[in-house]
Design a protein around this ligand. Structure first.
Ligand SMILES: [Zn+2]
Ligand SMILES: [Zn+2]
Length: 127
């Protein structure tokens, strides 16, 4: 790849770290040699930062991909889920910070209480 050659020219202490080593660094599994390289080389450090940002982004996307829809979370808050769905949502909440935050908002927000209070009421014109 031509990209690699570019890195090679910019790296402070060539050869530049391989992709596998960079990913290991992102995961916090880099060995001493890699860490020493990163301390000395701002170019490869920048590559690790870039990969880390990318990974965080992908992780967020992945999380939301498996998330139940908001309507399910609303039902959860109101205790309307059947036991099986309830178990599934509870399990998901244990691992998903996004839905946990959403449920917290739903439970704390007065919007939900008002919506529930008004459900089913119809406006009747004054006689
Ligand atoms: Zn380097
Ligand atoms: Zn979720």
């Amino acid at each position: 790849m031509t990209n690699d050659e570019e890195w090679e020219q910019q790296c402070a202490c060539p050869p530049p770290l391989s992709d596998n080593l960079l990913i290991a660094a992102v995961d916090g599994e880099a060995d001493e040699e890699t860490l020493a390289h990163l301390r000395a080389c701002p170019v490869c450090t920048a590559r690790v930062m870039h990969l880390r940002a990318l990974q965080a982004y992908l992780l967020r996307r992945l999380y939301r991909l498996h998330c139940p829809p908001t309507s399910t979370l609303v039902d959860y808050c109101q205790g309307l889920l059947d036991p099986r769905a309830l178990a599934a949502v509870s399990h998901h909440l244990a691992i998903c910070p996004h839905c946990t935050a959403e449920v917290k908002l739903l439970q704390e927000g007065p919007i939900l209480a008002r919506a529930v209070g008004r459900r089913g009421r119809t406006l009747t014109p004054n006689p």
